[in-house]
Design a protein around this ligand. Sequence first.
Ligand SMILES: [Zn+2]
Length: 100
Amino acid sequence: MATSILFHAFGLKGIHHEAKQYIQDTILFKARSSITITCPHSGSREATFKDQKRRLLRLGQMGRKRSALDLQLHRLECRKCSRRWRPSIPFADGLRMQLI
Ligand SMILES: [Zn+2]
């Protein structure tokens, strides 16, 4: 349900909501990337997960509460060309948040 709230309220696509947490005056949405896997170099759809990275992104206000997105991003390795890449999240370009 919160996946649709993130889409309709904030326009976030390509993520799947997993949990939410209330920290003081902030609602923290935990989510993971659900972007389809396609190698940008060879176009292959066969890849393995190598590691993951956590990014905290500030979202807009929800009533009187602040909100943020805790997003898990995977780094992938192509089985065909052995190159590694991290799928881009277009809605997060230039938005960074160190701590909530
Ligand atoms: Zn490749």
